[in-house]
Design a protein around this ligand. Structure first.
Ligand code: ADP
Ligand code: MG
Length: 627
């Protein structure tokens, strides 16, 4: 038997392991199963190339709880180790690996995200065990070895009589870690970290029904049979070739990933590159709501089929964190901090690759089946609009498939919209005016007014659309987005100004004075307009820039630093309307005021601005009038 000290340079590595990785104790299991998987895959490789003259067979990895003995076993049928190899790989290499990892970890602090997810390796066993044994038999013709270590730097190494090839790791679970002797806890961990690992993992057994023969009587009881409980799917969809998968395979993989999710994904994107970096994966577009936050953290990051994290911030562009699915890459450095990750060249390439793939997929979906794409637009627009805002590359590509729906349900691309309206929707400076509504019901009368004139009105209702319009206005030439209720439509889109006023200049002055006496100046700025006599007599509008700044204040975190702007509206009064003539012709001042107040309230009502006591009074007053 050999006794020895693992390394004297850092006596206190074991307490360090416990202390520094406190929150990540559970990863020990993933590390040990990864090692078991590596050992099995290495053997497979050696038998394939003829360097190991043994039968590979159908190896599996077994995880076993011995609750009474307070032990957890991880057993593999991989290539095993000779005692020299244990000396080398466990006492020297694994140790220096752990030491190096802890050094890095100490320096970069505890808040660095992915750090701690990878790298510690075999010695992470000491986060939960007071003593660890390795019993291992190499595929080579040498006796088995038995290594024990109780958490101090001392170890023992002696021969063992194990005859089957492979390695058994025995963890003597420490007093403060007995949770890892609970079947449910281990089951959760296996499901979280090992669900898609490439070698079958057995955890206990389960009962299954044996299929009855065709001619069995109706009341025959199905026979039960006990089989190994395999917790993983060793061949998940993303490791296969897209050509070998049907739509249904992608859908069923989605259900495997999100068993609690009942809605089907809208479509998927299969990622598959091996140069200049390795990356595979499948991303799904789920049905989106307008809530930007609750959707995040659904993409799972794997490294060679081992689960790492479901926080892919910094690896995929922010707007794509709303998607779901899996990314698997051995090229993402995981034991570094997030800020480092974002600056890492490989990670940047990965991020722009994913962005490009998503854009290409959207484009081909649009080209292949536009009708279907339009039908899904409402559910995907938030991701696309967000992407257009945040990634310039995506913005450029999105021109080919970003849609601008009208209130009547036509979906234009930008180019189609442009061609449709360029002839007759310009303002007095020759700028193209893109009219839009954000709420069909609330802005109904304004929409109708614009449609009567033959104008197109878009329906743009996502929460970030004001930012997107800003961006489009600054990249496309000479255009302006204007909400239908920003002004009277004849002011928004200027035809020749040939309307003749019914009122004389004196009458206009008289009207203006009258209005100013009745209408509170701090709320409405009165604007006299010469319009068609049938046009609405009184109409409340809010200038586009004013409303948009307020909106952006809400969604953009007050980036204009203006605090709370007061609500200021325009009251557009049509001087050619009959009502205005009537008001002027009315004899008593009192009656004139009543007419003006009633008209103002009607205008407010149609903008949804009449509320509370004022609304009650208005209704009372209206009943009085029709009595
Ligand atoms: P890493 O897996 O990154 O190499 P570890 O600390 O996890 O680092 O493991 C150190 C080494 O110990 C491995 O590289 C391997 O040579 C050996 N080893 C660990 N577990 C096993 C196992 N189950 N079977 C065979 N060799 C193993
Ligand atoms: Mg390892």
């Amino acid at each position: 038997m050999t006794k020895g000290n693992i390394n004297v340079s850092v006596e206190n590595i074991f307490p360090l392991i416990k202390k520094f990785l406190y929150s990540d104790h559970e990863i020990f299991l993933r590390e040990l199963i990864s090692n078991a998987t590596d050992a099995t895959l290495k053997l497979k490789h050696l038998t394939n190339i003829g360097d190991a003259k043994v039968e590979y067979g159908n190896p599996q990895i077994e995880v076993k709880i011995d609750k009474k003995g307070k032990k957890l076993h991880i057993i593999d049928q991989g290539l095993g180790m000779t005692s020299e190899e244990v000396e080398k790989y466990i006492n020297q290499i694994a140790f220096s690996g752990a030491e190096e990892f802890l050094d890095k970890y100490k320096d970069s602090g505890k808040d660095s995200g992915i750090i701690g997810h990878f790298g510690l390796g075999f010695y992470s066993a000491f986060m939960v065990a007071e003593k660890v044994e390795i019993i291992t038999k190499s595929f080579k013709d040498e006796p088995a070895a038995h290594w024990t270590c109780d958490g101090s730097p001392e170890f023992t190494l002696e021969p063992h009589d194990k005859t089957e090839r492979g390695t058994e790791i025995i963890l003597h679970i420490a007093e403060d870690s007995t949770e890892f002797l609970e079947e449910a806890r281990i089951n959760d961990l296996l499901t979280k970290y090992n669900k898609f690992m490439p070698i079958p993992i057995k955890f206990g057994t389960k009962e299954v029904n044996v299929a009855l023969p065709e001619d069995a009587p109706e009341d025959a009881k199905p026979e039960k049979k006990t089989v190994d409980n395999i917790i993983n799917n060793p061949n998940p969809a993303w490791t296969k070739q897209p050509a070998d998968l049907e739509d249904e395979n992608y859908k069923s993989f989605y259900r495997e990933l999100y068993p609690m999710q009942f809605e089907e994904p809208l479509f998927h994107i299969h990622l598959n590159v091996d140069y200049p970096f390795n990356l595979t994966g499948i991303l799904y577009f789920p049905k989106m709501t307008n809530d930007l936050n609750i959707q995040k953290d659904k993409i799972q990051l794997y490294q060679n089929q081992v689960f790492v994290t479901d926080n892919v911030e910094g690896i995929v562009p922010e707007f794509l964190t709303m998607l779901r699915g899996v990314i698997d890459s051995p090229d993402i450095p995981l034991n570094v901090s997030r800020s480092y990750l974002q600056a890492d060249g490989a990670v940047k390439k990965i991020s722009s690759y994913i962005t490009r793939k998503v854009a290409d997929k959207l484009k081909s979906l649009f080209n292949e089946n536009r009708e279907d794409f339009e039908a899904k637009w409402n559910d995907i627009k938030i991701v696309i609009e967000y992407g257009m805002l945040s990634e310039d590359k995506f913005f450029e590509k999105a021109d080919a498939f970003a849609l601008y729906p009208t209130v009547d349900g036509t979906h234009y691309t930008y180019e189609e919209l442009f061609n449709k309206i360029k002839a007759n929707q310009t303002d007095k400076d020759g700028k193209l005016v893109i009219l839009y509504a954000s709420n069909e019901d609330a802005q109904h009368s304004y929409i109708e007014a614009a449609k009567t004139k033959g104008y197109e009105v878009l329906l743009l209702d996502s929460p970030i659309v004001s930012h997107l319009m800003q961006k489009l206005e600054s990249t496309k030439e000479n255009i302006t987005f204007t909400r239908v209720d920003a002004d009277h439509v004849d002011n928004l889109i200027k035809k020749e100004d040939t309307k003749i006023s019914k009122l004389t200049e004196e009458q206009k002055t008289e009207l203006e004075t009258l209005l100013k006496e009745v209408i509170p100046a701090e709320k409405f700025s009165v604007q006299l307009e010469t319009m068609d006599s049938e046009s609405t007599p009184f109409m409340i509008t809010q200038p586009e820039f004013m409303r948009r700044m307020k909106e952006m204040q809400q969604t953009g975190g007050g980036m204009f630093g203006m605090g709370n702007m007061p609500d200021m509206y325009n009251l557009v009064v049509n001087t050619n309307s009959e009502l205005v003539s009537d008001i002027l012709a009315t004899k008593t001042k009192k009656k004139q005021e009543r007419l003006i107040n009633q008209s103002l309230d009607l205008a407010r009502l149609s903008q949804g601005l009449l509320k509370g006591e004022e609304l009650t009074n208005f209704i009372k007053r209206s009943y009085e009038m029709i009595k």
